[in-house]
Design a protein around this ligand. Sequence first.
Ligand SMILES: Cc1cc2nc3c(=O)[nH]c(=O)nc-3n(C[C@H](O)[C@H](O)[C@H](O)COP(=O)(O)O)c2cc1C
Length: 190
Amino acid sequence: MSRSELDIHPVINERYSPRAFSDRTVTDHELELLLEAARWAPSSMNEQPWRFLVTRRGGEGHSELLAALNPSNQRWADKAPVLILVMAKRSLSRNAQENHHARHDVGMATAHLSAQATALGMGLHILGGFHADVARKAFSIPEGMDIVSVIVLGFPGTLEQLEPDLRDREARRSPRKPLEEIVSYGRFKD
Ligand SMILES: Cc1cc2nc3c(=O)[nH]c(=O)nc-3n(C[C@H](O)[C@H](O)[C@H](O)COP(=O)(O)O)c2cc1C
């Protein structure tokens, strides 16, 4: 289901944040393609501050990461075959100073991963609704790593597998602000 009326690339136009995931597993190769796409994102001073902790349903770390999610996210994210904890290295490798662009660059890498996932027909839902402190403790993540998001990943499922309230949300595509509201030319317009 495309969303923009303009002719933007399908990996952008067809992406949405699904809540229904099928039983189909994600192969190691598919996962590698997604992480490889993330790896080639641009970053300030080529610092590449992104770090990904990948967990597979039924495998090591999965139940711990799932337990860190808000219940409202757990109720559908538990069906997805892969959960990824996304982190940002806070300091620069070259001088240990704070990397002010770390979260920006991690967002870039996540966007690459998302585009590759869409190109492969996969569904990807980014979450901020989780307890970072719970994840930090469960995986002994050092303070120097900022915990940014959790990616829920798999192949899209069907509406029928969702509870009724989630079905409506899944069937709808979220709108966007018009370009006039977010873009100004030549001078700043609020
Ligand atoms: C950083 C971030 C945090 C998000 N957190 C949640 C979340 O906790 N739960 C949820 O259901 N969706 C979450 N989302 C998904 C957004 O709600 C969704 O991207 C937005 O409504 C636009 O819809 P679309 O992705 O289908 O275009 C998050 C997205 C981002 C980028």
